[in-house]
Each structure stands twice: as C-alpha cells, then as structure tokens.
Write a protein that binds this ligand. Structure first.
Ligand SMILES: [Zn+2]
Length: 251
C-alpha cells in the first residue's frame, strides 16, 4: 500500500463503530479523500483535536485497493479552526460550503486552484454576518466557475453584444443575461450593473478584498447569493451524475 502525504482541509467527520471516525478531507494533492481514523473517538487518541472540521493539517494516509476509504496514519495540525468553531453562525455557514464542495469535487481528483481558494476563504478574517455572506458568495462564484457552470455575464447571451459598464440586463431561465433589446421585458429578474461588478470582483480579488468591498454592497450580495444558490441547486441536480457534471476544468 503506497503512503501519501499532503496538506489538507478537514471538512467533516462521522462516527464509525465504537472507537473510529470517518473523516472527509479536501487535500491539496489528491482532491477529496475519505478515510478511517482508527481510535479517533478514544479519549487519548493519537489524533488529538486535529480532526476538528476546518482545521488545516498535514495528512498521511495509505491508499487501499478499493480506494473508497483510505487508512489515516498521521495528522499534524497546521492551523486550528478555533476561530470558526467558536462561533455557531460561522460553523453553520462553513458547513454549508463544505457540503457544496463535497457534492462537487470528485474523489481523488486534485485541483490546486480550488484547494487554494477554499484555504484562502477559511483563513480570511470574518468578523460579522455581512462578512460571512460575502465569503459565502465568493465561494459559490468560484465553485461555479471551476465547475464550468458560471455564466458569462459580460455579454448578452442572444445577440452577443458586450454590455456597457453601467448597463442593466435581464436574467433568463438559463441564468444567462440578455440585453434590453433581446429580453423585451421577458427576463425573470433584473441584473443591475452592480451585480455584474460584484461577480467580476469575486473573480479578480482575493477573499479579504472582496469582504472589504462587500461592506458597501450588502443587498447586492444577498441578491446574487439567491441567484447562485438556485444555479448551484440546478447544477448539482439529480438529472445528471454529480461527478460527471463537475469534472473540474481549471487546473
Ligand atoms: Zn442582446
């Protein structure tokens, strides 16, 4: 059995039998990995508190033949998740994002861009509900982008004309945008230029900058998050297998 070592983010863990836990990691070098931590539920476990969700760790594991569950050998803490875990609303928001990531990223399929994005979100300083909303939107935009599901909002999807910087557009049922001439009032929702600017910023800025800018655009963030949650629901819907739908493109 080959031994692997990689930096990883602990996403969640479940009880398994009397003393063991199943732990889900998003790893930098091997993508999503699920493993068994033997004895992790014992009081004096060798894993200590390293398996708390959202800890950043160095992980060592053996890959077994069936590849379903790896055997976790050693976990060293790089960064504790204490600041997230100590605030229930942060924990809840990050748990939702971890669930999205788990639904989207195929097992054993590394994507360093995605890994770095997730880590940067965890490390960004979140101090309020508004910051949390901004970081959640940032995460959603990037997941959609890397999954190939983020529509291009710079041009009208019908006539292909580039939208002007301050032009309002309409959202269609495919989550693409239409210019005023093409939509003729049939759009399902207005997309003011502030929405497009916020998406553009999420793709250009690191998380702290986006959080900072988000303090001036709370309503925009709430509206966009509503749109992208609907898009994510559809993208990971049951009509196509999740793992095929999300063959992550950008590597
Ligand atoms: Zn048009």
């Amino acid at each position: 059995m080959p031994l692997f070592e990689t930096e990883s983010i602990v996403l969640k863990s479940y009880s398994l039998a009397e003393a063991d836990r199943i732990v889900v990691f998003y790893t930098r070098d091997h993508g999503m990995v699920r493993g068994v931590a033997k004895g992790a539920k014992r009081l004096k476990s060798r894993f200590g508190s390293t398996l708390e969700p959202f800890s950043i760790v160095n992980l060592e594991y053996f890959l077994k033949e069936d590849r379903e569950l790896v055997s976790i050998q050693r976990v060293d803490l790089v960064r504790s998740a204490f600041d997230i875990a100590s605030e229930p609303s942060f924990l809840q928001a990050f748990s939702y994002l971890a669930d999205l990531l788990t639904a989207i990223a195929p097992p054993h399929d590394p994507n360093e861009t995605l890994y770095r994005m997730v880590r940067a979100c965890l490390e960004s300083k979140v101090t309020s509900a508004e910051d949390l909303a901004a970081i959640s939107l940032y995460f959603e935009v990037w997941l959609l982008r890397l999954g190939g599901f983020l529509p291009d909002w710079s041009t009208c999807s019908r006539c292909r004309r580039s939208l002007a910087e301050f032009e309002t557009a309409d959202l269609d049922a495919e989550f693409e945008i239409l210019c005023g001439e093409c939509s003729r009032g049939r759009g399902i929702q207005k997309v003011p230029p502030t929405y497009r600017h916020a998406v553009r910023d999420a793709l250009r800025m690191p998380p702290p900058g986006f959080i900072e800018a988000g303090r001036e655009r709370r309503e925009v963030i709430a509206e966009l998050s509503g749109i992208f949650k609907r898009l994510i629901t559809r993208a990971i819907g049951t009509d196509r297998p999740v793992e095929r739908a999300f063959t992550l493109r950008a590597k």
